[in-house]
Design a protein around this ligand. Structure first.
Ligand SMILES: *[C@@H]1O[C@H](CO)[C@@H](O)[C@H](O)[C@H]1NC(C)=O
Ligand SMILES: *[C@@H]1O[C@H](CO)[C@@H](O)[C@H](O)[C@H]1NC(C)=O
Ligand SMILES: *[C@@H]1O[C@H](CO)[C@@H](O)[C@H](O)[C@H]1NC(C)=O
Ligand SMILES: *[C@@H]1O[C@H](CO)[C@@H](O)[C@H](O)[C@H]1NC(C)=O
Ligand SMILES: *[C@@H]1O[C@H](CO)[C@@H](O)[C@H](O)[C@H]1NC(C)=O
Ligand SMILES: *[C@@H]1O[C@H](CO)[C@@H](O)[C@H](O)[C@H]1NC(C)=O
Ligand SMILES: *[C@@H]1O[C@H](CO)[C@@H](O)[C@H](O)[C@H]1NC(C)=O
Length: 482
């Protein structure tokens, strides 16, 4: 074995009253593992680099053998390397630090592992190797780290993982492989991870998962599959997980999705281009923002939903009474849903609602009785609409301020606005007398049209951050025509 051999070399070197030097180590020796070609034997004086468990400016090349200390250093529980370039974890890391429980080597240009890398690492509980250049996790590489509970490998260059990449990690509870280049996973990859609770696979190139991949991870609680290339998702994959609380599938292109869970706390499925969503089972929180939904999700057990984020969906004007079965809602976000009006009885069953967001729409006026049922409301976001100033006054005095409800002010450019009521932009009807002559409905249709144009211009100008003068003039002209 090369291991004791290196130790001997190190001891020999220490006898030579070394300062900092390097020699060709064991080159050509048959005892050197073929995976580790001959390189520099280097002594790194930890006392020069480390203080209170933080080590900096450590340079270790791919071919270096590094000796950190002659003697094991006991009671060192944590080590963090920063501003360092470390192509591989030093061979004798866990012999040198037998008590090490946490090793952070993030952003260190780590490229490769060498076997046996984690021999003697039985005290290691947390290993952070994110933001490096690892391309591969060889089979059985974690042998020896048999108490590891947390493993972070995010932001590497991992592409292919093997059935036995995570072998021996029977205590692992948290695993992140997020933001790598993984295209597929073998069905047995997580088999040994019986205690896994939290798995993050976000930001890879996965298109599908093999059936049965989670069948041994019965305690899986949080699963992040966001930002991959899934075109479909089968909740069947998670049928055995009784404790699942969070599923994140956002950032995949799913369009039509049916989920069926016995019980799940939270589904995060934003930015999926979803057109239709059906959820069977008990679900508490749904984040569906930035999709293509034109109707509310179909949820037979809607009465168990407490939080629903439908913002940035083209719902338009909701028809009928689509929220009538969402009787336990605490938070509802209808921001930027292309709404011009809200049906009168929309919130009838939302007596528990605490937070309501209808900002970023084109709402001009509402029936004030709409708010009668919102008896628990504490936060009401309604800025960035096309409020009529008279209605807005009424809304403020008879509901928002009367009930001491928190709201957000507008950020609309003053040139575009007739007035502000408590910081919220609003517009007056242009000509009260013509309203009488023309009859109200034609006028309010025209006002609505104006408000839509106004909103579009507003969005546009906010986007490009240009000056508003010209637009404002156009708007004035249109207003005069009304
Ligand atoms: C690490 O590098 C950053 C930026 O180069 C520097 O601000 C910081 O002080 C360095 N930290 C240590 C401990 O050397
Ligand atoms: C990695 O280190 C570089 C330079 O030291 C720094 O600019 C960069 O922000 C770091 N990245 C992370 C994710 O820590
Ligand atoms: C991976 O392991 C599973 C069982 O856990 C086995 O069915 C499959 O054949 C293995 N695949 C490879 C490539 O070894
Ligand atoms: C799953 O979690 C339960 C409750 O925390 C625990 O009793 C059980 O041992 C866990 N199973 C595994 C395989 O870790
Ligand atoms: C949902 O799954 C359960 C058990 O896995 C099954 O009995 C039920 O029929 C499914 N419901 C629907 C609507 O598919
Ligand atoms: C779901 O809601 C119903 C009534 O609305 C309630 O009886 C049931 O206990 C709830 N289920 C869960 C898991 O909270
Ligand atoms: C509602 O959704 C919008 C857009 O997704 C977001 O910016 C806003 O913060 C949300 N409102 C609340 C109160 O969380």
């Amino acid at each position: 074995m090369w291991l004791p051999h290196v130790v001997q070399v190190a001891q020999l070197l220490s006898l030579l009253s070394l300062v900092a030097f390097s020699v060709r180590a064991a080159s050509g020796s048959s005892s050197v593992s073929s995976a580790a070609p001959s390189g520099q034997l280097r002594r790194i004086w930890l006392e020069d680099h480390c203080s209170a468990g933080i080590c900096s400016n450590v340079e270790i090349g791919r071919n270096d053998y590094v000796i950190l200390s002659q003697q094991p250093i006991a009671k060192q529980l944590m080590l963090t390397f920063i501003n360092s370039s470390i192509a591989k974890i030093p061979h004798l890391m866990f012999d040198t630090f037998p008590d090490l429980q946490m090793l952070r080597m993030e952003n260190c240009s780590l490229e490769t592992f060498e076997k046996p890398q984690f021999e003697g690492a039985s005290n290691l509980m947390s290993l952070f190797l994110g933001h490096n250049r690892l391309k591969d996790l060889p089979k059985n590489i974690f042998l020896g780290a048999d108490n590891l509970a947390t493993l972070h490998l995010e932001h590497n260059l991992l592409k292919v993982l093997h059935n036995h990449s995570f072998h021996a990690l029977k205590e692992l509870k948290q695993l992140s492989i997020a933001d790598n280049q993984v295209e597929q996973l073998p069905v047995g990859i997580f088999t040994g991870l019986r205690k896994l609770l939290d798995l993050d696979l976000a930001g890879n190139r996965l298109e599908a998962l093999p059936r049965g991949i989670f069948d041994r991870n019965l305690n899986l609680t949080r699963l992040n599959l966001g930002r991959n290339s899934f075109a479909a998702f089968e909740s069947e994959l998670l049928k055995l997980q009784q404790r699942l609380t969070l599923l994140d599938i956002s950032g995949n292109t799913l369009q039509e999705l049916t989920l069926n869970f016995t019980q799940l706390d939270q589904i995060v499925a934003h930015s999926c281009d979803l057109r239709r969503l059906t959820v069977y089972g008990t679900i508490r929180e749904l984040d569906l923002h930035n999709n293509a939904l034109r109707e509310l999700p179909h949820i037979p057990q809607a009465g168990n939903v407490s939080s629903l984020d439908l913002s940035q969906n083209p719902l338009g004007n909701l028809q009928g009474n689509p929220l009538r079965r969402f009787t336990s809602l605490l938070r509802l976000n209808l921001s930027s849903t292309n709404a011009h009006e809200l049906p009168e009885g929309l919130f009838k069953k939302q007596t528990h609602l605490q937070m309501l967001d209808i900002s970023g729409n084109s709402i001009y006026s509402l029936k004030i009785t709409l708010f009668d049922s919102l008896k628990s409301l504490q936060y009401f976001h309604f800025q960035q609409n096309n409020w009529n100033c008279d209605f807005l006054q009424l809304l403020m005095s008879s509901f928002v301020k009367k009930r001491d409800i928190s709201f957000m002010e507008d950020v609309t450019a003053p040139e575009l606005v007739d007035d502000f009521v408590d910081g919220i932009a609003c517009w007056y009807e242009s000509d009260k007398t013509s309203k009488k002559c023309d009859g109200g409905s034609a006028n309010s249709a025209a006002a609505l049209e104006l408000s839509i144009v106004r909103n579009e211009i507003k969005a546009f100008t906010e986007l490009v951050e240009k000056k508003f003068v010209k637009v404002y003039r156009m708007l004035e002209e249109m207003k005069l025509k009304l």
